[in-house]
Design a protein around this ligand. Sequence first.
Ligand code: SAM
Length: 290
Amino acid sequence: MRPGTDQQEAPGTLYVVATPIGNLEDITLRALRILKEVALIASEDTRHTRKLLTHYDIHTRLVSYFKGQEARKAAGIIAALLAGQDVALVSDAGTPAIADPGTILVQKAREEGIRVVPVPGPSALAAGLSIAGFEGPVLFAGFLPAKSGQRRVLLESLASQNHHLLFYEAPHRILKSLEDCRAVLGERRVFLGRELTKLHEESLVGGLSEMLALLSGRPAVKGEFVVLIEGGGAPPALPADSVVEKLRWHREQGDSLKSAVQAVKDELGLPRSAVYSQALALWGKGKHAA
Ligand code: SAM
């Protein structure tokens, strides 16, 4: 209650704040202001968060909120929110509740009618995806299961997906995970983002076998990984109508079959064979020429 009134204190706000995934400069101005202004910061590892706060001269009180104790820890934080205090939730790196603690606190806050506000910023998922150069939709799988059998079952369920597959992996499991990916998904193109935004940042693109050979040839595999594996489902249907239409247009301009195929292939970004077979039919040179 507010002193002198019979009104209940309005609950505080839960801010879910993204913090750097390596480079301390990767934090938004808003995140710094919120971390300074809230009454309490709920942190996955208070010693880790303290380093960030010290760097930015922030002295807000920290409480721990870590995996395995989430439900118990959430109760105290919810009590503070209900008493009218604003709270910021941070994880060790990146965005809380993305393969990190946070979901239970967010759920409980919602159940209590507490406002939950995102303060977006770094995430290894976005950082990796932004530099992989893979076109098309992506399915984020978080961490793959730690046990090979379970990992393979999950990978089998995803094998026919057209979506690229993005997951997080720790250095001690990366080789085994990539081996399982190759065994279940077959040879595919893969992007590996290692130690992104850190001193030894590295991004690698190649076939799964190539990446396995490269990493296993190193004396030690170190650092955190974002892995993006090319989707493996049926290739998108060819826009046959537009191929034929475009070929017909070139033919009407008096272009040769060869130059029309080249132009349409380049324009639509299709394999030469896909355009050539239709050109043969149109020019009346194929088996099934109309
Ligand atoms: N919530 C975090 C986020 O939004 O990025 C992810 C936390 S999860 C516990 C940690 C995993 O994220 C690591 O094992 C690694 O796969 C990935 N990761 C975190 N930082 C990374 C970095 N700097 N470079 C590459 N991957 C990173």
